[in-house]
Design a protein around this ligand. Structure first.
Ligand code: KMH
Ligand code: ZN
Length: 273
C-alpha cells in the first residue's frame, strides 16, 4: 500500500483551552503544536489561526506570521491554510489566508453548506465554492476538497466540470459533523469519488480513532488533531497534537503502512511530478 500521509489539524476555530488547555492560540503555541505534530510524523499542517485571546481570525498578517514561524522550525512541512475560517465569516475574510507570500501550496476548499450543531450553519453556496476554486486555481494553490456529506462531492464535481479544479483531485471526508461517522459512511464516500483521486478522512470527536484505523486499512490518508478531537483515548485529554500524530503513526505501524515524508506526500498528492 502507498505510504500514509498524516495531516495534523492543530488548532481549528471552535475548540478552546477550557476544553483542553493544550489548544494553541498564540503564535508560539501554534508553532509548538505544529512542531510536535511534524516531529511525530505529520507531513501536512492544516492551519487555522487565532488572536492571543483565542478568537479565530483569517487576518492575512496573522496567517503570514504563523506560517513564517512554522516554516522556520519545520522547513519542509506542507502548510495547508484553512479557507473555511469560522462560522459567520465572510468569503473575503476567509480568502485572506490564500493571499500570503509565498502563496500556499495547498489550502482547504469547503464544498457546501452544512449544519454545524445547534443553530450554527457553515455557509458555502455554489457561488462561493466556484469562486474559491477559481481564485485558488489562479493563485496556483491545490485545493483539498472538504466534504461533510455526499452532496458536497457532487458540488466539487460540478466545479471540476467547469474546469476549476486541476487533477488529481484530493478529498477530505469530514465524518461526524453533518453525516454520521460509520464505516458504511466512509466506504460510501470513498466509492463516490472519481478514480485516480486521493483522499483523507477524519472522524470528529469520539469517532476519530476508529475512522483513522479504517482509513489506514483502506489505503486512504489520515487527519488527526485538536480541531477534530481533544482526546487521545476515551476520557483522557491529549497532551499535544504530537501525541495524536504518534498514535496515528503507531496504528499505521501495526497495520503495516509506512509514513510519508512531506516530499513523499507532495508526490502522492500530485503536487510535484
Ligand atoms: N471551522 C469551520 C467552520 C476548513 O478548515 O476549511 C470550517 C473548517 C473547514 O474548519
Ligand atoms: Zn479546518
Amino acid at each position: 500500500m502507498e505510504k500514509l500521509i498524516i495531516s495534523a489539524a492543530i488548532c481549528g476555530a471552535e475548540v478552546t483551552k477550557e476544553q483542553n488547555p493544550a489548544v494553541p492560540y498564540t503564535v508560539e503555541e501554534i508553532v509548538r503544536e505544529a512542531k510536535s505534530a511534524y516531529d511525530a510524523g505529520a507531513s501536512i499542517i492544516h492551519l487555522h489561526v487565532r488572536w492571543d485571546d483565542g478568537t479565530p481570525t483569517q487576518d492575512k498578517r496573522r496567517f503570514q506570521e504563523c506560517v513564517d514561524a512554522i516554516r522556520a522550525v519545520c522547513p519542509d512541512v506542507i502548510i495547508q491554510p484553512s479557507t473555511g475560517g469560522a462560522v459567520g465569516m465572510t468569503d473575503l475574510e476567509r480568502l485572506q489566508s490564500t493571499d500570503i507570500e509565498p502563496r500556499p501550496e495547498f489550502a482547504t476548499l469547503d464544498c457546501g453548506t452544512c449544519n454545524f450543531g445547534g443553530d450554527e450553519i457553515f455557509i458555502n453556496t455554489d457561488n462561493t465554492v466556484m469562486n474559491f476554486a477559481k481564485i485558488m486555481q489562479e493563485r496556483g494553490i491545490k485545493p483539498e476538497l472538504e466534504v461533510f456529506d455526499k452532496g458536497m462531492i457532487d458540488i466539487a464535481l460540478k466545479a471540476d466540470k467547469k474546469g476549476l479544479l486541476n487533477h488529481p483531485l484530493h478529498f477530505d471526508f469530514v465524518l461526524g459533523v453533518q453525516m454520521t461517522a460509520t464505516l458504511r459512511d466512509l466506504v460510501f464516500m470513498v466509492g463516490s469519488i472519481p478514480k485516480g483521486s486521493t483522499w483523507t478522512a477524519t472522524g470528529i470527536g469520539k469517532s476519530a480513532w476508529h475512522i483513522a484505523a479504517a482509513t489506514i486499512s483502506m489505503g486512504g490518508h489520515v487527519r488527526v488533531g485538536f480541531e477534530d478531537n481533544l482526546y487521545i483515548e476515551k476520557g483522557v485529554l491529549a497532551k499535544s497534537n504530537g501525541e495524536m500524530v504518534a498514535k496515528a503513526a503507531e496504528l499505521a505501524k501495526l497495520l503495516g503502512r509506512e509514513i510519508a515524508t512531506p516530499d513523499e506526500a507532495r508526490k502522492i498528492l500530485g503536487m510535484v511530478k
